[in-house]
Design a protein around this ligand. Structure first.
Ligand code: RIB
Length: 295
């Protein structure tokens, strides 16, 4: 995992303030987050051996981030502590059934080519490398090219979205934008893009499932319906779980199903990581689903 590690500061409120307005909120929660760390924890809880590559500040948040990764079984040997930088934070408002997030990158902005190079031994032996866009784009592009040379599969979750050259996208094994990110990345049409990237481009649509092109037709793998307490980190859970499943050799359809089950379970608790399931929980939901299907 090469990506961001942050602390999430989540405010729950009955509604969002309008521009220039002040509203009284209900609660403030501090919890571990950052798309990179979230995906690392999601994969580790499902039994993967995960190395986190990233940067934190030399502060209390940085120490909390590292200790949380360790508690979840993630190897933090390649997480660097940057002096004179604050750890990354995400400022989340949970209101009206959805979240809105402002990210302050802090030390995540220090993830550079040399930070990636330090992790060379882990990269060379990886079954898959995961990336998102909360770290500088040059480090992301560099990693994609490096993995290509090393013949290591790469999953890029282009969130938050920023323009990426098409030739770079072609070198990614799996690209997992949500529907909004896909619309911004592929301005000439998402369905057209799906056909251009068979079994490679997976467009996640929250409770509406995941779309991909299997080489013959565009397929939609339905999401598992569940009552959501907090959808923050559901996409990260999907990415971590998909990477685990596909690296274990599961076909793409089954990997999406596995990841959809993990993502559905993850939204039942407050906080990006608190609801992330272990393997037993995912397998039991899949079994339930199979039985319902047969019944
Ligand atoms: O994807 C959810 C994550 O995005 C949050 O945990 C927050 O840290 C933001 O980066």
């Amino acid at each position: 995992m090469i990506g961001s590690c942050s602390i999430d500061l989540t405010v729950q409120s009955d509604r969002r303030p309008l521009a220039g307005e002040t509203v009284i909120g209900r609660s403030l929660t501090l919890s571990p987050g950052g798309k990179g760390a979230n995906q690392a924890v999601a994969a580790a809880r499902l039994g993967a051996q995960v190395n986190m590559v990233g940067c934190v500040g030399d502060d209390d948040y940085g120490r909390q981030i590292i200790s949380n990764l360790k508690d979840n079984g993630v190897d933090t040997s390649y997480v660097q502590t940057i002096s004179e930088q604050s750890s990354g934070t995400a400022h989340i408002t949970l209101a009206e059934g959805d979240n809105s997030i402002i990210v302050i990158k802090g030390a995540n902005d220090s993830v550079s080519k040399s930070v990636v190079d330090e992790a060379g031994p882990a990269l060379e032996s990886a079954d898959i490398v995961l990336l998102q866009l909360e770290i500088p784009l040059p480090a992301v592009v560099y990693t994609i090219e490096l993995c290509r040379r090393l013949n290591v599969p790469v999953l890029l979750n282009p969130a938050p979205v920023s323009p990426i050259r098409e030739e770079v996208l072609h070198h990614v094994t799996y690209l997992t934008p949500n529907q909004h990110e896909a619309a911004l990345l592929f301005t000439s049409g998402v369905d057209q893009a799906l056909k251009k990237y068979p079994n490679q481009l997976l467009v996640t649509k929250g409770s509406q499932g995941v779309r991909f092109f299997d080489g013959k037709e565009i397929r939609n793998i339905a999401a598992f319906q569940t009552a959501a307490v907090d959808t923050t980190g559901a996409g990260d859970t999907f990415n971590g779980a998909f990477a685990v499943a596909v690296s274990e050799g599961k076909p793409i359809h089954d990997s999406i199903l596995f990841a959809n089950a993990a993502a559905a379970l993850s939204v039942r608790k407050l906080g990006a990581q608190s609801g992330m399931p272990d393997r037993e929980q995912v397998e039991s939901l899949l079994k339930e689903h199979q039985n319902t299907d047969i019944g």
